[in-house]
Structures are given as structure tokens and as C-alpha cells.
Design a protein around this ligand. Structure first.
Ligand code: HEC
Length: 148
């Protein structure tokens, strides 16, 4: 096989692999809470990013929070029964007591608002403690897409 044929083969293998991948990516962009791309501004060794990604997955998955709340700026579709949670941690200056209050809210929305329309996720054992902690990281971590 001459070099030219080999190069041609190599190219066709590469494009064949690239097309489905690109198609897959574009169909997933709106729904997939992919890990944020490594940018130069991300601090090296930021250990909370797996928590953020997991919190994002709970928010858009079993927690169904986006049915009532706006979160990330890039989001095109969300419910408005609850207040927007965009920049939730940033607005609260990432204060630990506010993070605790957010956890408590997720645990039992009716503890502070007796007729809240928000489900009592922890009280009713619908979400695990880990789910709710990850959600709190998603809301409060400065590196979370919520606070960008
Ligand atoms: C059925 C609609 C609904 C769903 C689903 C829902 N919420 Fe809420 N949420 C509300 C409403 C309404 C309020 C405002 C009333 C209140 O404070 O209880 C609220 C309030 C909040 C607040 C306090 C906002 C503030 O003003 O400080 C936080 C934090 C919050 N929700 C987080 C979540 C998270 C995280 C989830 C997913 C696990 C979620 N919510 C799911 C309706 C919802």
C-alpha cells in the first residue's frame, strides 16, 4: 500500500468516527450537564467539580428542580413556579449559613413556608443526603455553572 492510499484510509476512518460523535454532541448539548470544559480560569485541582456535576444531574434528573426553577444562564427551558436560582450562591456571597439554609429548604420546604409548593425532598425521603449535599454544591460552589 502506498503512502497516499494509507493516508486516504486513515482519513476516512477518522471522519467516519468523527461524524456520529459530532451528531451525538449536538443533540446532547441542552440536556447533558457535562463537566465544565477545562479552562485556564478553573483552579488546578478544584475538588468540588464532581459534586457540582452530580448536583447538576440531580437538579435536572430525579429532583426535577428545573420544572420550577431557573438555574444556569444557558438554560432555554425551565419552570417558573419557584424563584429563579440563577447566581444563587454568588448573590449570597457564598456564605456558609446560606448554604445551610438552602440545604434545609431542599430537605423540607415546608419547615420555613408551611404552604410551599416545593416538594419536601428529604423529609419524604425522596432524595438522599448525598443528593441534597451535591445540590447544595451545585447552588453554592463558585465554580458551578449556576454562579457563572
Ligand atoms: C413544584 C415546584 C418546585 C420544585 C420541583 C422545586 N422547587 Fe424549589 N421552590 C419552589 C417554590 C414555590 C419556592 C418558593 C417558596 C418557598 O420558599 O418554599 C421554592 C424555593 C426554593 C429555594 C429557596 C429560594 C429562595 O428564595 O431563597 C431553593 C434553594 C430551592 N427552592 C431549591 C430547589 C431545588 C434544589 C429543587 C430540586 C431538588 C427544587 N427547589 C424543586 C418550587 C419548587
Amino acid at each position: 500500500m502506498d503512502t497516499c492510499t494509507r493516508l486516504g484510509l486513515l482519513l476516512s476512518v477518522m471522519t467516519a468516527g468523527a461524524v456520529p460523535l459530532a451528531a451525538q454532541n449536538s443533540s446532547e448539548t441542552s440536556a447533558t450537564p457535562a463537566a465544565p470544559p477545562a479552562t485556564s480560569e478553573a483552579p488546578a485541582g478544584a475538588s468540588s467539580s464532581p459534586l457540582i456535576a452530580r448536583g447538576d444531574a440531580v437538579f435536572h434528573g430525579p429532583g426535577n428542580c428545573y420544572a420550577c426553577h431557573q438555574m444556569e444562564k444557558k438554560e432555554l427551558s425551565y419552570g417558573t413556579l419557584g424563584p429563579s436560582l440563577q447566581e444563587y450562591g454568588k448573590i449570597r456571597k457564598f456564605a456558609p449559613e446560606d448554604a445551610k439554609a438552602a440545604y434545609a429548604k431542599i430537605y423540607d420546604a415546608q419547615a420555613t413556608q408551611p404552604c410551599s409548593n416545593m416538594p419536601r425532598f428529604g423529609h419524604n425521603k425522596f432524595l438522599s443526603e448525598k443528593d441534597m449535599k451535591d445540590l447544595t454544591a451545585y447552588l453554592f460552589d463558585p465554580e458551578s455553572p449556576v454562579n457563572k
